[in-house]
Design a protein around this ligand. Sequence first.
Ligand code: CA
Length: 224
Amino acid sequence: MKVLVIEDEKKVASFIKRGLEEEKFEVQTALDGEEGLSMALTNNYGLIILDWMLPKRDGINILKELRAQKHITPVLMLTAKNSVEDIVTGLETGSDDYLVKPFAFSELLARVRALIRRSEMDRGAELRFADLKIDPVTHKVWRNEEEIDLTAKEYGLLEYFMRNPNQVLTRNMIADHVWDYTFDSFTNIIDVYVNYLRKKIDKGAPSKLIHTVRGVGYILKEEN
Ligand code: CA
């Protein structure tokens, strides 16, 4: 599981990174708000630990941007502010939990684990996008209530699209998440699989859902 830590205090950032790495998490850090936001938008993290007070862009601003762009990654806010209003602002903006500094690592770890468990439970629930529906437990797929038969790879690809709707997914991101490794950049296997999937999902449907973003990758979205 990949975790992003956006924290400008180097000591705190490396304390969290070291601790989580010992617990077998893969951790990346950003030391300011702009870098953090761009990393959050271009990678797929299982969790983001977000400091409130940051240079360039503060935590609330980042959180708003992530939620506006439909990123559902769980966010744990870190804050030195412990007034009730601040905490409420954070939660209303879309933070999933918060932790007041200073904190013990064991407390952080407990919160991290609880958030991941919760989001994994959500992952078990059916996902819907437009008239498309998938069941992550049985791997069944329906479009407009009609069941569609996919291969395991096609299903994996579709689930990745469904978990990241309205976001451009590059070929590298797809390779990384669906195949767990990066292909040689000249191979067209991703395009081949996206075309298989497209034939099954979009063929005969009144509107297309999987679109090509020329020179970049693909996006799951409704046609305007
Ligand atoms: Ca700070």
